[in-house]
Write a protein that binds this ligand. Structure first.
Ligand SMILES: NC(=O)c1ccc[n+]([C@@H]2O[C@H](COP(=O)([O-])OP(=O)(O)OC[C@H]3O[C@@H](n4cnc5c(N)ncnc54)[C@H](OP(=O)(O)O)[C@@H]3O)[C@@H](O)[C@H]2O)c1
Length: 341
């Protein structure tokens, strides 16, 4: 099969940072689907895993986790899908990735592709949808669809980095959960995109946040989703959160974080890592199947939209290097996708 991968971890401008490969088609284990990949999207984690380091991997390494495609074989314990089903998934970081014509994925972390979307639009979604869903509903404990009289309705959330892949889904899920969303974005394109997705307000993450919230009449918020630059924005949590508010972070910090900052207001901080369930094979890992199915249902019902911004080209090393370079800039909006071989 064709695949794109690496023999060495190199900077993206090196011509061998990602290369075209020919590899054997893998064989499914008990819970696996063998999926023929039709489209992939690229996430910052792909670039972080590819980034320059040593030693090199033992053999050619295929990266990439977001994909959409068709099931062509199933393992002996599979009971959610059959051959011919169209699926979308973000896979497991401990296994070979989806930048290949065929990939194995555990059915418990795989969703049925939204029927109303093509493969490219579907491939844009899974990793960011899992992250946003788990952050809002599993980590911050919010309700996906609160009752009409739920106190959650009318609460506020600040989504820092709202125009990126994760933010683009998080804004939509938070609006659907009855929250007043304040998103952050710093460029005209991302500001407009965040408004289009349903945010009530947009503020600039390169300016102090609390004065901007005050100027809007929002003041302190109930919740924060911290999707970028944890080192800088963590220190702002005590000023932007109401007493007893909670924040969820998804990006590792480079400097130590001062937890004492959160004490006076009894604030909470929790991490979301979307590979936790697959990496540790948690008993509830099929929650990712369920949430991807729910995201597909909402897409097909028209209450959620794909965050695809651009199909950059077919799946090959040249196009993938281009997308990695753009993702490394940290200023893309929505999702970039490669489709077809
Ligand atoms: N823990 C997990 O499970 C998990 C899952 C997915 C992603 N992540 C991580 O989360 C981060 C975001 O992922 P993503 O897919 O949304 O990335 P992305 O699509 O590359 O995010 C790009 C967005 O980040 C915004 N941004 C850039 N610098 C910022 C800053 N200093 N403060 C606030 N926003 C800033 C940009 O907004 P402007 O262009 O408007 O400035 C841009 O819209 C990445 O570091 C990724 O590795 C973690």
């Amino acid at each position: 099969m064709k695949a794109v991968g690496l023999h060495q971890y190199l900077p993206i401008d090196h011509p061998e940072a990602l290369v075209d490969l020919t590899l054997p088609v893998p064989t499914p284990g008990a819970h696996d689907l063998l999926v023929q990949v039709e489209a992939i999207s690229v996430n910052p984690v792909d670039a972080k895993v590819r980034a320059q380091k040593s030693p090199p991997p033992a053999g050619p390494r295929v990266l990439g986790w977001d994909a959409a495609g068709t099931v062509v074989a199933v393992g002996s314990a599979v009971n959610r899908f059959v051959v011919g089903d169209a699926v979308y998934f973000a896979g497991d970081i401990t296994r070979a990735g989806s930048n290949a014509q065929f990939v194995l994925v555990d059915e418990r972390i795989t969703g049925p592709k939204p029927a109303s979307l093509g493969f490219a639009e579907a491939a844009a979604l899974p990793l960011t949808a899992i992250t946003a869903w788990e952050a809002l509903f599993d980590r911050l404990g919010l309700l996906p669809t609160p009752a009409a009289d739920s106190p959650q309705r009318g609460q506020s959330i600040l989504i820092i980095g709202a125009g990126g892949g994760v933010g683009s889904i998080a804004v939509q899920l938070a609006v659907a959960a009855g929250l007043t969303v304040v998103g952050t974005a710093s460029r005209a394109e991302s500001v407009n995109w965040v408004r289009e997705l349903g945010a009530a307000h947009v503020v600039d993450h390169h300016q102090p946040l609390r004065p901007q919230l005050d100027a809007l009449g929002v003041g302190e918020v109930n919740h924060v989703l911290l999707l970028a630059d944890t080192d800088t924005h963590f220190a702002a949590l005590p000023s932007v959160l109401k007493p007893q508010g909670r924040a969820c972070g998804i990006v590792e910090n480079a400097q130590p974080l001062d937890l004492n900052l959160l004490k006076a207001k009894s604030l909470g901080f929790v991490w979301e890592m979307m590979f936790t369930r697959s990496m540790f094979q948690t008993p509830d890992m099929a929650a990712q199947h369920a949430l991807l199915a729910e995201v597909a249902r909402r897409i097909d019902a028209g209450s959620l939209r794909s965050t695809l911004r651009e199909v950059v080209g077919t799946i090959n090393a040249t196009h993938l290097r281009d997308v990695h370079r753009r993702i490394e800039s940290a200023h893309t909006t929505g999702k970039l996708v490669l489709a077809g071989w």
